[in-house]
Design a protein around this ligand. Structure first.
Ligand SMILES: C[S@@+](CC[C@H](N)C(=O)[O-])C[C@H]1O[C@@H](n2cnc3c(N)ncnc32)[C@H](O)[C@@H]1O
Length: 278
């Protein structure tokens, strides 16, 4: 079956808000899929064919925020990862059609990317927008933002590197605010991102249009914390075992096209248990 070829110059809306960029003539399209994560540490310079500032979006979903970033900062290289192949397919297609050769997209968990494929001190920015709160008790172990995850973000960032985190889930946010300052010089941000006042991501658009509060913040990696000490600190901090407010579950289902939440369908294999790693 032949693939649908969008017209050059065409644009798209998502919930009434334009998706950043527009389709270029076919001869300018890029190939941005990272089909198989290479063994070991990822060699960004070879992957992108140049040295550049490196930016990661974890749980990138359909890639809206990274499209904007890659269009507005062509001098930087961007890697978007998500565990859902379908969203990575959407993101890849849009980036290809916009000629965004400074992006790559891969199906992989954020923790696995940082732990197994990311050199210490090599990344300029890590972004994470709306990590899933996971509502059912048997899904709690899938929550991405844990002390160990933050220690891995800290390890990945170069000195002064930036971590950006956002959610619409107040209980998850208050948990995050308790543990973030151990790894980052953290500050909360009020008001929308100036570069995307209607919403930086698909989830932010949905939540904002429903009148939910968005919680945002950013921090720089603490420079007096070495990776070994960061692991010790992580082991002393509480895990995200809060009871999530199930009223927000409906929003997750809407975000996934009205189907039951991905977690409900994915079974246990995509998750991991929350226990201390030694
Ligand atoms: C609520 S959606 C948010 C998507 C996007 N960041 C946004 O704001 O629109 C959460 C995304 O995180 C992905 N995800 C869940 N667990 C993950 C993990 N361990 N590593 C990477 N992505 C994950 C999900 O598949 C989903 O696409």
């Amino acid at each position: 079956m032949s693939e649908f070829i969008p017209e050059a110059g065409s644009t798209e809306d998502e919930f009434g808000v334009p998706v950043p960029g527009q389709v270029l003539p076919q001869e300018l399209w890029a190939r941005t899929a990272l089909r198989k994560m290479p063994e070991g540490v990822l060699d960004w310079d070879t992957l992108f064919g140049r040295p550049a500032e490196r930016i990661i979006d974890i749980g990138c979903g359909n890639g809206r925020s990274m499209l904007l970033g890659a269009l507005s900062r062509p001098e930087c290289d961007f890697l978007g990862v998500d565990i859902l192949p379908v969203v990575i397919r959407y993101a890849t297609r849009r980036a290809n059609h916009r000629g965004l050769s400074n992006t790559r997209w891969a199906v992989i968990g954020g923790r696995e990317l940082l732990l197994n494929h990311t050199a210490s001190g090599s990344i300029s920015e890590v972004h994470c927008y709306h990590p899933q709160p996971w509502y059912r008790r048997d899904q709690v172990s899938r929550r991405l933002i844990t002390p160990e995850f933050l220690s891995l973000v800290h390890r990945a960032l170069r000195p002064g590197g930036r971590f950006v985190l956002q959610t619409d889930h107040p209980i998850y946010w208050s948990y995050m605010l308790k543990i973030l300052p151990y790894f980052f010089d953290w500050r909360e941000r009020s008001g929308p991102w100036p570069q995307a006042p209607q919403g930086m991501t698909r989830r932010e658009l949905i939540a904002t249009q429903r009148g939910l509060q968005i919680f945002r913040g950013e921090g720089t990696a603490k420079c007096n914390l070495d990776p070994e000490r960061a692991i010790q600190v992580a082991e002393s901090l509480p895990l995200p075992v809060f009871n999530a407010d199930r009223r927000l579950l409906e929003l997750d289902q809407l975000e996934q096209g009205g189907r039951p939440s991905a977690g409900a369908k994915r079974g246990r294999s995509g998750g991991r248990r929350l226990r201390r790693r030694r």
